[in-house]
Design a binder for this molecule. Structure first.
Ligand code: AHR
Length: 511
């Protein structure tokens, strides 16, 4: 048995929970849109072709904001193709994913779907093959009330009211050699600055995300952010981060510790942003939009279901990167959400990539069912319960040794306190594959406390750490009650099973 002691004090907080931390991502890639959120003719589809079974799961998952329409896809996308009468929309080759894009689903459909799903729209513009004019026109189309060419076209296309999209991404992963229209930091920094200016001239209320590095291993990581922000600091509000992780060669211990890398990556970007702020004598603060993150088994990319990398036929919505997630992945995803919360003073937006089918918490089959993957659970519970203020935790934990990160805390945690409802939410991962952890949470200054609920995701009976939910066995991995959680003398006592992620809700006496 390992041990961990967490100390919480109501006066030690990181800041308010930025609710946009619980974002997701819908890209025109594989089966995320087509046969994912949209499948006319499916027995569960509504009159607009939105799958009601998928929508119900999206609402249960609880994302607050959804990025659209890409991803790599956006860097070759003409947004005008996706508006107007569907029968007139062109079929195009999407070079990013080697796919035929029918354009049956576009901006209006996504805005409608987002309303139904009760999520904010985060729209990306194409700065790969396009530039200032097309981005400016899109803001006018989406947000200007009426009386101009683009706003009247939106009205003609059936939307009398502006879409009022506040959050915009200035392109996607333009530092990557794989990106259509990739750029040097100088080229992108200037383009981002000028595009941002023009977009804000149309609607000064919008918030803009500049493209940061595609991952921490990029050779230009650090210098890219520095150069881009040196140009565009005054014009943008956020810089993006992207990161995907996977287990390598069966090294589960290192994989379970990847949030250590995520913490360091975030802190590195904050340092760079603040260096530009200081050097430029800026007063405003640029924050972080971590707008792609997840577990993604990229080493499987050369397999048959990855037609963008192998000679393949051009097809509509092929199966692409439909990773199946197991118990270990769910615990890791829990720790990523902890990392984002721990940095909630600077990471204000985050989007798990993606929402349905493509490296996603929700899976669906064409003409068939939809179900929750293991990683659905930590996201759903944290999105639901992380409210109020993020607590700054002092953690004194036994260590687990890892090849990649040395010794790391066996218990990884985050916590929030919602003064209004009197709820403390504790989010807890036990990274040990073999040992339970004896946990004490010392609650300072929070008055009388009782346990409202406690749930755990761990290896199900008769299973192992690789067990997953699949089409024929959709509920194998889920949350079950965590027994034996008590409050004794102002401290929570619990035993966290090996390889587990838990959520404990406490009621505090209101002030
Ligand atoms: O989410 C899948 C892909 O990963 C996105 O299209 C791209 O931005 C990233 O490389």
């Amino acid at each position: 048995m390992t041990t961990a002691r967490i100390t919480i004090d109501r006066d030690f907080t990181i800041g308010d929970v930025p609710r946009r931390l619980f974002g997701s991502f819908v890209e025109h890639m594989g089966r995320c849109v087509y046969t994912g959120i949209y499948e006319p003719g499916h027995p569960q589809a509504d009159a607009r072709g939105f799958r009601k079974d998928v929508l119900a799961l999206v609402k249960e998952l609880g994302p607050t904001v959804v990025r659209y329409p890409g991803g790599n896809f956006v860097s070759g996308y003409l947004w005008e193709d996706g508006v107007g009468p569907v029968e007139k929309r062109p079929r195009r080759l999407d070079g990013a994913w080697h796919t035929i894009e029918t354009n049956a689903f576009g901006l209006h459909e996504f805005v409608e779907w987002a309303k139904e799903a009760d999520v904010e729209v985060m729209e990306a513009v194409n700065l790969g093959t396009r530039g200032v004019e097309e981005a400016r026109a899109l803001v006018e189309y989406a947000n200007h009330p009426s009386g101009t060419y683009w706003s009247d076209l939106r009205r003609q296309n059936g939307a009398a009211d502006p879409f009022d999209i506040k959050l915009w991404c200035l392109g996607n992963e333009l530092d990557g050699p794989w990106q259509i229209g990739g750029k040097t930091a100088q080229e992108y920094g200037r383009l981002a600055q000028e595009t941002a200016k023009a977009m804000k001239f149309v609607d000064p209320s919008i918030e803009l995300v500049a493209v940061g590095s595609s991952n921490r291993q990029m050779p230009t990581f650090g210098s890219w952010e520095h150069t881009v922000l040196t140009h565009a600091y005054d014009e943008v509000d956020y810089i993006s981060m992207h990161a995907y992780y996977q287990e390598h060669d069966g090294d589960a211990a290192s994989f379970l510790a990847e949030a250590v890398d995520m913490d360091a990556f975030i802190e590195g970007v904050i340092a760079t942003v603040d260096a530009v702020k200081a050097a430029g004598k800026h007063t405003k603060q640029v924050d972080i939009s971590f707008d792609e993150w997840n577990v993604w088994y990229q080493s499987g990319l050369e397999t048959e279901d990855q037609p963008h990398l192998v000679a393949a036929q051009w097809r509509e919505h092929p199966r692409l990167i439909e990773d199946t997630y197991n118990v270990t992945d769910a615990v890791v995803v829990g720790t990523f959400l902890h990392s984002l919360l721990r940095h909630g003073d600077r990471v204000k937006i985050a989007n798990q990539a993606q929402l349905v089918n493509v490296i996603a918490p929700i899976r669906s089959e064409e003409g068939g069912p939809a179900w929750r993957q293991s990683i659905f659970w930590p996201f759903a519970r944290i999105a639901q319960h992380a409210r109020g203020r993020i607590l700054r935790l002092a953690i004194d934990s036994s260590q687990v040794s890892t090849k990649r990160y040395g010794d790391v805390d066996v218990v990884d945690a985050a916590a929030t306190w919602d003064e209004e409802s009197g709820t403390i939410a504790l989010f807890l991962a036990n990274r040990s594959l073999t040992e339970a952890s004896d946990l004490t949470v010392d609650l300072r200054g929070l008055g009388a406390t009782t346990v409202r609920s406690a749930e755990v995701l761990t290896v199900p009976e008769g299973g192992d750490r690789l067990v997953a939910n699949v089409v024929d066995d959709q509920d194998r991995v889920g949350l079950t009650p965590l027994r034996g959680v008590d409050v004794v003398d102002g401290a929570v006592r619990a035993t966290l099973p090996p390889l587990s992620w838990s959520v404990v809700l406490l009621d505090t006496a209101r002030a």
